[in-house]
Design a protein around this ligand. Structure first.
Ligand code: M6R
Length: 365
């Protein structure tokens, strides 16, 4: 049931404050300001040497964000692969490896095959899954549920942000167990996560503006998304969403890679989305924006009030997000990114919930 929404995707975008709240409540102890994994989901991160993540599509981008978190907060090295590559590249899986699979449906063929590949040798098999009775959930040693509810739109939206919420909790938990995060530092991160549902409501408030700026976009034939740090995977996620929904060719790049090739694409016809909260590396992204602007590129900047102020009018359009702590930026900034592709597709008249050539669950290779 779409409720009052025109598409399932719109409904699912708007459900995010609520389902993020449900998902976080499962893993957070708000009173103790700590992460508390449900009894069935205990993992001893002290005995692990490495995390191997495999997933496909949007779930893979959630895993890429998690790599930054596990490495930063738990000092745990993470290797991440697209599942269709991982399963065939004969990578060694060794004792002390925690193999982690991320999947909304829990039925994706390549992700499942990667899980089975790890079975004999990994210390532990974990899965972040939205469908609790799915094959991946059943075959993993430990399943971390996302409580996103059924996701009907082919484009993953609420499952993605809920995956990020679970992975953030796991990274904090791992950091506490391994002694790389102090109790106070973990409590501060838990506070950051606790604010996510209300920050998501604020992020949704920019929808009217996004709808307006999406109209001219529907005439573009290419687009570029740039970000740094955890917003780099989000740039790739934005490009994937635009491709699958509006059939506009888009690429996501680490902003620092601009000079190494893609800057040659810049002209007045190329929309360049920049995902850049005002964080420690904002200055670096700002200089990338100046390079784009100097070549006539049309910048759509997604930032906060401080970033807007500092950007000094370099962007053609600016979408202002609430101030967010670093940890939760990729969760909150996912919402405008999703709305951009949604509204562009609506203007173009494509089939938003069932884009051509795509299936919700890819159970064949
Ligand atoms: O069910 P899964 O999370 O395993 O699906 C993985 C991908 O097929 C999926 O995320 C796909 O990329 C989406 N259509 C993206 O919006």
């Amino acid at each position: 049931d779409k409720g009052n929404y025109r598409h399932f995707m719109a409904k699912e975008i708007h459900e995010q404050p609520e389902v993020l709240g449900h998902t976080l409540s499962r893993y957070l102890d708000y009173a103790k300001k700590s992460v508390s994994l449900p009894a069935a989901e205990k993992v001893d991160f002290r005995s692990l040497n490495r995390i191997l993540i495999s997933a496909c599509g949007t779930a893979y981008y959630a895993g890429l964000v998690a790599k930054y978190w596990f490495e930063k907060y738990a000092r745990l090295p993470v290797e991440i692969d697209i599942a269709s590559e991982f399963r065939y590249r004969e990578t060694p899986v060794i004792d002390g490896d925690f193999a982690l699979f991320i999947s909304q449906s829990g039925e994706t063929a390549d992700t499942l095959a990667s899980l089975r590949y790890c079975k004999a040798n990994a210390a532990k098999i974990g899965a972040v899954v939205n469908v609790p009775e799915s094959t991946i959930a059943r075959e993993a040693d430990v399943t971390f549920a996302t409580i996103a509810g059924p996701e009907i739109g082919v484009a993953s939206t609420k499952a993605f942000t809920c995956q990020l919420a679970v992975l953030a909790c796991l990274a904090i938990h791992a950091g506490r167990q391994r002694g790389t995060l102090s109790e106070a530092a973990a409590a501060a991160l838990v506070d950051d996560l606790a604010a996510v549902p209300s920050l998501a409501v604020q992020a949704l408030n920019c929808e009217t503006q996004i709808e307006k700026l999406s109209q001219p976009l529907s005439r573009a034939s290419n687009a570029l998304y740039l970000g740094r740090g955890t917003n780099f995977p989000l740039a790739m996620e934005g490009a994937l969403k635009l491709k699958e929904l509006s059939y506009i060719h888009a690429e996501g790049y680490a902003a620092g890679e601009l000079k190494h090739g893609p800057i040659a694409l810049i002209d007045e016809n190329l929309p360049v989305f920049v995902i850049a909260p005002h964080d420690a590396i904002f200055e670096k992204t700002l200089s990338n924006m100046q390079e784009v602007a100097a070549r006539g590129g049309r910048i759509i900047l997604i930032t906060d009030a401080a970033g807007d102020h500092e950007s000094g009018g370099v962007a053609g359009d600016t979408v202002i997000m609430p101030n967010v702590p670093d940890l939760v930026a990729p969760i909150i900034y996912a919402l405008p990114v999703q709305m951009i592709s949604y509204h562009t597709a609506v203007f173009m008249g494509t089939d938003v919930d069932q884009p051509r050539n795509l299936a919700k669950s890819v159970t064949v290779e």
